[in-house]
Design a protein around this ligand. Structure first.
Ligand code: HSE
Length: 415
């Protein structure tokens, strides 16, 4: 691309991210980018720009050879995949903010780029305005990483902050997260941990050189959190944060999981409040570093898209250095143990989870809560049953790594 002329952008979607980008480009007049065409789905929907700014046929935009690059910012992941895949088949430069699309289709998206020479960047897909993908991909390209974990969903973190800091109710806090434009069209994705899972899959590919299918990642959320759980956390001054984490065990196996977790003041993630995200990247030599910033909202996410637009227009593409370097991508550590709190009305879940070391069993009316130890494999297997039962599960600390090591040491000692 000629860097001296105005580059024309074809934009798909004009929701929170699309409008955020459009607004930034309208304010930053010196930037050499212009949104030339905006493609949306529903002609009847009221929009903040006059109707003549929109087109409704995405094929027209895909076929428009005058466009220099495409930005995909629609919420339907499968429709987004159809658009992005077609654009990559045409060898185009594409920026997306759609985490579900990337998480579910990364191997195909890599193959399309390889075959047809197009480029896909997706910084906005993980942790909103925090430049975490390029940090992990470029800065940490040669240092082995031990763990990447953090708060990857702004809406659920906003809700938890409202509950813990302002004593608000869950429903009121969720409504606010929706009104502020943080939540997904289907907020279940936010509160149930699915959105965090998608982001964790993407981070894992860059951090550990392994593309994991979202189906292989156990995810649990705050959708069934109640006052009893909040009180339990407060007893020792902790709060609850939704933690997405991937780490390598001493045997080189991977532990990816999304689990609400008790977090106390000594934890790096304790200070991450409201719609902010926080990602701790733990290098084998550099140690842990916290990256904190706004994880949701039109402007922070639009700014991440803008950064990709600049990079892609200069010819940047992800090298996927760890993916290419890794001959044997790590297997999942299905035997890895985590210490959890479970509250439910269904005692069968204790069996389904294979919970051991049961402690502190409490009963209240129809429900019970219990502390115990569970393996990653059982969490993966029992996750649908737990969701169906409306049960709430959380880790006793966000430090899954050392909790696991401590447990296995105890086991070795005992045998
Ligand atoms: N709904 C997402 C969140 C938006 O709350 O984090 C940013 O991906």
């Amino acid at each position: 691309m000629d860097s001296h002329r105005l580059l024309k952008i074809g934009l798909f979607g004009f929701g929170c991210v699309g409008q955020g980008l459009y607004d930034i480009l309208s304010r930053e007049e010196t930037l050499p980018f212009k949104v030339e065409r905006i493609c949306v789905k529903d002609p009847k929907k009221l929009r903040p720009l006059p109707a003549e700014n929109f087109t409704y046929d995405w094929q027209q935009v895909l076929q428009d050879e005058s466009l220099d690059l495409l930005v995909e910012a629609i919420s339907d992941a499968e429709e987004a995949f159809a658009i992005v895949a077609e654009a990559l088949r045409q060898g185009k430069k594409v920026v997306t903010a759609n985490k579900k699309l990337v998480a579910f289709h990364l191997p195909e998206l890599l193959a399309l780029q390889e075959e047809f020479g197009g480029t896909l960047l997706y910084e906005a897909a993980v942790a909103g305005g925090i430049p975490i993908i390029r940090t992990v991909e470029e800065y940490f390209s040669n240092e082995p990483l031990e763990r990447v974990h953090g708060i990857l969903n702004g809406s659920s973190n906003y809700i938890l902050s409202q509950i813990f800091l302002l004593q608000k109710g869950y429903a009121e806090a969720l409504k606010e997260a929706q009104d502020k434009g943080f939540a997904e069209l289907d907020p279940w994705l936010d509160v149930a941990g699915a959105d965090s899972r998608h982001k964790l899959c993407i981070l894992t590919a860059h951090a550990f050189g392994k593309t994991i299918a979202p189906e292989d990642v156990a995810f649990f959320g705050i959708d069934y959190l109640n006052d009893q759980d909040v009180e339990y956390a407060k007893q020792d001054g902790s709060v609850i944060k939704m933690v997405a984490s991937a780490h390598l065990t001493a045997d080189g196996e991977l532990v990816p999981v999304v689990l609400p977790s008790l977090v106390d003041a000594s934890d790096d993630l304790f200070v991450v409040e409201q719609e902010f995200n926080g990602v701790v990247v733990q290098g084998a030599y550099s140690g842990p570093q916290l990256f904190k910033g706004r994880g949701a909202g039109g402007h922070p996410t639009g700014a991440a898209v803008l950064s990709d637009i600049v990079s892609i227009s200069k010819g940047y593409s992800y090298g996927y250095k760890k993916l290419h370097k890794t001959t044997n991508a790590p297997a999942l550590a299905l035997d890895f143990e985590l210490e959890v709190y479970l509250r439910s009305t269904e005692p069968e879940l204790v069996v389904a989870l294979g919970l051991t070391n049961l402690q502190n069993v409490q009963r209240e009316n129809e429900s019970f809560s219990v502390l115990g130890t569970v393996t990653l494999g059982n969490l993966i297997k029992a996750q649908d049953e737990i969701r169906k039962a409306g049960a709430y599960i959380m880790a006793l600390s966000s430090d899954f790594v050392n909790a696991g090591v401590k447990k296995s040491k105890e086991r070795v000692h005992a045998s």
